[in-house]
Design a protein around this ligand. Sequence first.
Ligand SMILES: Cc1cc2nc3c(=O)[nH]c(=O)nc-3n(C[C@H](O)[C@H](O)[C@H](O)COP(=O)(O)OP(=O)(O)OC[C@H]3O[C@@H](n4cnc5c(N)ncnc54)[C@H](O)[C@@H]3O)c2cc1C
Length: 396
Amino acid sequence: MRVMDERMSRIHVAVLGGGPAGLAAAIALRQRGCRVALYDGQRPPIDKACGEGLMPEAVRLLRALGVSLGKQDGAPMTGISFHDAHASASAAFGESLPGNESGLAVRRTLLQSRMAARAAAMGIDLRWGAVVQTRKGGGFRSAGEVIHADFFVIADGLCSTLAAACGFRERNCYSTRYASRQQFRRAPCSNHVAVYWGSGEQIYVTPLGDDEVGVALLTSRRGRRLSDALPDFPAVAKWIAGAESTSSMRGAVTKTRSLREVIRGNVAVLGDASGSVDAVTGEGLLSALRQAHALADAIDAGEPERYQAAHRRISQGPLRMARLLLLLGRFLWLKQLFVATMAKRPESFDALLRVHLAEQSWGSFVRSEATALVSGRRERAPWRLFAMGAYRERGL
Ligand SMILES: Cc1cc2nc3c(=O)[nH]c(=O)nc-3n(C[C@H](O)[C@H](O)[C@H](O)COP(=O)(O)OP(=O)(O)OC[C@H]3O[C@@H](n4cnc5c(N)ncnc54)[C@H](O)[C@@H]3O)c2cc1C
């Protein structure tokens, strides 16, 4: 153990980007004995357009990093509901979870400050306000100085210039959409994240506290803002009408994309810089936390290249779910059928949410639904139509 500690303390890692992904990696590496320096061009508390929902596993992974968040820090998030003009469907985070833990909605600035405070307490060398650039002959520099380290972790977000400059190439880009988010003083209707499906776009509402909600628009129409879309979502518009806004409107791009590789020599990419899924999945933070733990384990084991396979395993489920949800968003009739089916069959929606949370595999989900259909326990028509539609449109 001592030999391992000495070996790890000799490894010096530079983390480039201090969003949730970079901070999680820095803390996880420090926990394993590495010397860590973290660079970010901004200063905490750093805000970003985000739905601010943490899945139950994300809350647990943060706790493992020593970042404990409780109900007093935000609002419990106990499930998800889908609404369209015709039907509503709800699913709860599984009773199967240890301690029946719920997710948590936490303001982005609070999450980032808590993680930054934990990193500082662990002795991580934090360089805020330090923009990183690549050097011509290779390597990185900040404020005119070369960054020396044994290993580099790039975590500079969705439009990562550092990853592109280091030769990390895109494998697929399935979608690019635009988001705008604003917070309002209004008591949440429930502890569920509510996704309202419109024509080719969605609004989702996250409970942020007893009297505050976050409202985010996701659309493929560039330049369209939340205020432009509200007339097409009368239920949401009516509900927030007259509510005081507690934040300014923030815009962002959201992409579903993957990279060919996530590690090249002594440089790894992490978080949105390493691939991402559309924000409608509410998955980005969980994936970043899983990746941070996986990368730290791989470096700790002296086999950083193992991160490649771990990253692929982590990304597969969210990518599949993102493609399914994007497909629903694209075809009105398919989305209506899906919401209507889930409203009639809440047990199927619960099972789908378990797949989303990686508590159940896609294979076992398809098998259990097929068995139920064959044995006649479930009404066949909606599922059959939905499956036929999905197959015809995209071969899912
Ligand atoms: C509208 C919207 C809603 C979302 N809702 C959810 C949700 O509810 N739940 C969820 O889990 N996920 C959600 N996501 C996704 C989530 O926000 C991202 O997955 C997450 O922010 C990724 O974290 P990151 O650390 O990789 O990147 P970022 O948070 O973008 O952090 C990157 C950091 O790198 C720094 N940086 C960039 N370039 C440099 C440079 N050259 N030098 C130094 N520093 C640099 C930036 O200052 C920044 O601090 C949502 C996304 C959007 C757009």
